[in-house]
Write a protein that binds this ligand. Sequence first.
Ligand SMILES: Nc1ncnc2c1ncn2[C@@H]1O[C@H](COP(=O)(O)OP(=O)(O)OP(=O)(O)O)[C@@H](O)[C@H]1O
Length: 716
Amino acid sequence: MATLGMHRDFLMEFAALEKPVQKRVFEVFEKFATATHAGLHLEKLTHQKDPRLRTIRINDFWRGVVLKAESGDSYLLLKVLPHDKANDWAAKHRASVNEATQGIEMRNDVGLERATAGLRARAAEEPSRLFPASEYPDKVLRSLGVDEEILPIIRLVPDETHLEALHKVLPEQQYDVLLGLATGMEPAEIDREIVQAYARAAPRSADASEGDELAAAMARSRGRVALVSGTEELQEILERPFDVWRVFLHPSQYRVAYQDSYAGPARVTGGPGTGKTVVALHRAYHLARRLPADAPDGCVLLTTYTKDLAAELERCLALLVTDPAVRAKIRVVNVDALANETVRAERGGAPLKLVFDQKEITARWARIARRVEADFTDVFLDQEWRHVVLAQALTTPEEYLKAPRTGRGSALGPLKRLKVWRAVAAFEEQLRQAGEWTFLQVCAEAARVMGGREERPFRHVVVDEAQDLHPAQWRFLRSLVSPGPDDLFLAGDTYQRIYGNRVSLRSLGIQVVGRSHRLRVNYRTTQEILAWSASLLTGEEPDDMDGAKESLAGYRSTMHGERPETSAHAAKTEETAALVSRVEKWIASEVEAEHIGIAVRFVQFGRDIAQALERAGIAACVLGAGRSGPGVRIGTMHRMKGLEFRCVAVAGVNDGTVPMKAAVTPVEVDAQQHQEDLNSELSLLFVSCTRAREALRVSWHGEPSPFLAPVTGPRP
Ligand SMILES: Nc1ncnc2c1ncn2[C@@H]1O[C@H](COP(=O)(O)OP(=O)(O)OP(=O)(O)O)[C@@H](O)[C@H]1O
C-alpha cells in the first residue's frame, strides 16, 4: 500500500491559499491518499539536484512539489508554490536522511554552495569561528547528526548571525543542533533534548512499508512530516490548516505529551509560546484515548486558572479531538468553578455568596485592623491570611504559632502572631456570619470535602498555567485524583507568575522529580521580540516550584522579524494619538483588527484608547470576563494571559503605573513581599510583550517604567 506523508511547510503554505485553490489542491492530492495514482502527472525537471523531486500541476498558477521514492510506493508532499517558484525550489533542493536520527531532512544545495563561497571569502579575513574543531571535534558533531557535507561549511561560520543566515539552506535537524550548541547547550544536552527526542519520537517500524526507505525515514520525522492514512485524514488535516499544532508536534513536545505513562505527577515547563498549552491538550487527548472502554465520561480533567483560559482550552480541544467518544471523556473547567460546584453540591445546591472585589476585602481588613488594635496594615493582614493561613490550611492559633512563614519577609514573634490571629479570626467570623466566601476559601473547603470522600472523581488531571495556582487550589486538585501513575500532569512557567502565588509542589505531595521536562523552542514570537522581552527580566531567576531555579537558557525562536518599537510621549493624549496612528498603519498593512492586541495596566486607559480608536473609525473591544467582540482587542495585562496577536501594543508603561503602586507591598511593611510583588508586576509586563507574534510596540507618557531601563537605558 502507498505511504503518504505531508511536510509541515506544505500545510503552512496550504493555509495561506485562497479557498478555491485549496479545494483544487485537495482534489489533486486526494489521489495520493487513496493510492489511485492513475492520472497523476508527476513531472521531472531537466536540471535538478535530486531526481526524486517531482512537481505536479494544481492549476495554471500553482504547482505542488512531491518527493517520490525510488523504490516502493511512497510520496512526501513538500511544497505548494506559484509555478516558477515550485520549479525553482524542486531544482535546488535535495532530500537526505539524518545520520543520527534517521529522519528525513531537506537541504538547499544551491543555497549551500553559494553560502559556502561567501563564508570562505570572509573566513580568509575573519579569524573567529563559532564552532572551532578544538571545542567541537568532528566526532562530537557527527554523533549529533552533522554530516560530512555540512561539517566543513560550519567550520567557516564566524558567529551566530552567520549561522542564522544559513537557517533556510541547512538541513533543518542539523540547524537545530548547531543553534543549540551556539546558544550554549552542552552536546550531551543536545543529544538528549534534540537528537534523542527525534529518535524516540519515531513510531514503530510497522508504520513503514518494508524495504521502502522513504516511508521509513518519513515515519522517523515526527514534527516535520505527518503520515496520512487516507482521504478522510487528509481532509481532516486540510480542513483546519492554521492549527499546525494539532498535527506537527516538535519531538520534544511529542515525547512529553505522548509518553505512554508516567509513574506519578509529571510536568512541562518552558518560556512563553513554547507550546506548553499545546502539550497539555495533547496529553489530555492521549490519556482519554487510552482509557479502558468502561471508563466513565468526564474522568479526565483539563483545568486552568481562569474561566476565560478554560474556554480557550475547550475551543482548542474541539479542534484536536474529533472523536466524540474520546472528547466526552475530557471535562474542561477552571479550578475555582469546579471547587464552587463541589462545595455547593455538598451544601444542598444553593449558590454560594462570593466576595471577589479585592477593594472590598481590603476595606474589611482595614476595619478589622482598627478594631483589634493591631499595628498591621490591611494589605499585610490580607497577605498573611492568603499566603500563610489559607496556604497551609491553618485553623487554630496553635497551628499558626508553629507555622513556617516562608516567603514572608517580616519576622513575627508569638505575641504579634496572636494579634494577627485575632484579626484573622474576626475576618473569617465576619464572612461566616454573612454567609460569604472568598474564592480561596471555597477551594480550601472543596479540598477538605473531597479529601474526606472515598471516591476520587477523576482518573487523570491535566493543569495548565500551573504557576498561578494557590496552595489551596493545589490541595483541591490533589484531592481529585488518587496518587499513582498519570495522576497529575502540569504545564506552567514561573517567569509568567502574575498572581503572586508561590508553592512548593513537594510540600503539597506532588513529586515531579525525574518527570519534569523543559521546552525551549518558541512557536509564537520572533527571536527579536523574544530577546527584547527577555532582556527586561533583570531580576533573580524565579523558583521552579520544586526547590530549584527556573531558567530561560537555550530559549529561542527560529522566526525573525522587526525589532520591537518603543515610543515616548509627554502626555497621555499624545500617546493615545500615536497609538491610534500605529494601529491604522497595522491595519493598512493588512493586519485584521482582531489580530491586534493592546495591553494596559489600568482598564480605564484601555477604555480611553478604545474610544480614540472608534473616533478614528476603528472598531475596538475592551475584553472583560467572558466578553469579547469585533475589532482591536484591548485588555488589562492580566487579561492578556493565554492570548496571542499578530501585533501587540503595550501602552501606558509609565513610572508609577508599571509597577502599579497599589499592587506592591511597601518595603517597610514586608521587604520580601515587596520583592515578590515587584516580580509579579515585571512578569505581567513580560507576559504582555510575549503575546506578540510579529510586531511589538511599547509606549509610555511621562517617565518610562523603571522595568524598561534595560531597553531605554538608565534615567539621566
Ligand atoms: N508544534 C507546533 N507547531 C506549530 N505551532 C505550535 C506548535 N506548538 C505550539 N504552537 C503554537 O505556538 C503558540 C504558543 O503555543 P502555546 O500557547 O501552547 O504556548 P505556551 O507555552 O502555553 O505559551 P504561554 O506560556 O505564553 O501562554 C500557539 O499559537 C500554538 O498554536
